[in-house]
Design a binder for this molecule. Structure first.
Ligand code: GUN
Length: 279
């Protein structure tokens, strides 16, 4: 039977470890603090931000919520970030994406002090990751490394295939797998023979953004499959980029959707906040 990698359980473990650390920091007089900024009221963003605040409350991290109206000017947002950068009692700053169209996301991300960039989106954080220096790592790929490690799955020397090249998942995922001494291939929409490339993978990271795209024809017998996708199917049920039931008999381990990669993203955000406060 293949291992069903339980992201809910592993993320709960991490959060409990962090809870102890946060309590110790509090004893030393330091209250770990995360500023969460949302502009507008995109319903999905509201859910994500709510979950982040809940996780903070559970761990004992103080969260400062800034809910700004849709019409907020880029300049005003940049001013808020500048003031949070200066505050010694604020350790992490998170601006929920996407932002309204009139605000330039790249400018906003660059405005965050890299020492407080708990999302790991700042070019300096991305650069540090690619040259193996210290810096914050994007939460979803960092969470995937934790899922593998805590499930006893070795990465060193393995053929790792990442499908998707986004700045938030695909690219940092490739860098992290490389850092763990995997042999890494990154695929994307222009990749020829995607099926053949995927079938080489000992570890396949599916982040293509299409529901149930990957069936057993993409999978080598005994591979480890990590599903980053999250979609609602025709019956309003959550599903991933991987056709779980079709693939399951062929894998050695696989993450479900929901309850796989998803819960790890927030756990790693909390991890980054604690790191920021410890620095
Ligand atoms: N929007 C969707 N995912 C994320 C994330 O991980 N961080 C931020 N800031 N915005 C997001």
């Amino acid at each position: 039977m293949a291992l069903r990698i339980d992201g809910k359980m592993i993320s709960a473990q991490i959060k409990d470890e962090l809870k102890e650390k946060v309590a110790k920091l509090k004893e030393e007089g330091k209250t770990v603090t995360l500023a969460v900024i949302q502009v507008g009221n995109d319903p999905a963003s509201t859910v994500y931000v709510g979950n982040k605040k809940k996780a903070c409350a559970y761990i004992g991290i103080r969260s400062l919520a800034y809910e700004l109206p849709e019409e907020t000017k880029e300049e005003e947002l940049l001013e808020l970030i500048a003031s949070l950068n200066k505050r010694e009692d604020v350790h992490g700053i998170l601006v929920q994406l996407p932002l309204p169209g009139h605000i330039r996301e790249d400018q906003v991300i660059r405005a965050i002090d890299p020492k407080k960039d708990v999302d790991g989106f700042h070019p300096q954080s991305v650069g540090a990751l690619s040259i193996g220096e210290k810096g914050f790592v994007s939460c979803t790929p960092a969470g995937i490394i934790q899922l593998l490690k805590r499930s006893g799955i070795a990465i060193e020397g393995k053929e790792c295939v990442v499908v998707g090249r986004s700045n938030i998942v695909g690219k940092p995922m490739a860098m992290l797998l490389l850092r763990e001494n995997g042999t890494v291939t990154v695929c994307h929409s222009r990749t020829r023979n995607l099926k053949e490339v995927c079938r080489r993978a000992d570890i396949l990271v599916a982040a293509i953004g299409k529901p149930k795209f990957f069936d057993h024809e993409y999978i080598k017998e005994g591979a480890v499959v990590i599903d980053v996708g999250i979609h609602r199917n025709e019956n309003n049920k959550l599903c991933g980029d991987v056709d779980y039931d079709d693939v399951y008999p062929h894998v050695s381990a696989i993450t479900p959707v929901p309850g796989g990669v998803g819960p790890m993203t927030i756990a790693m955000l909390m991890y980054n906040c604690v790191q920021a406060a410890e620095m």
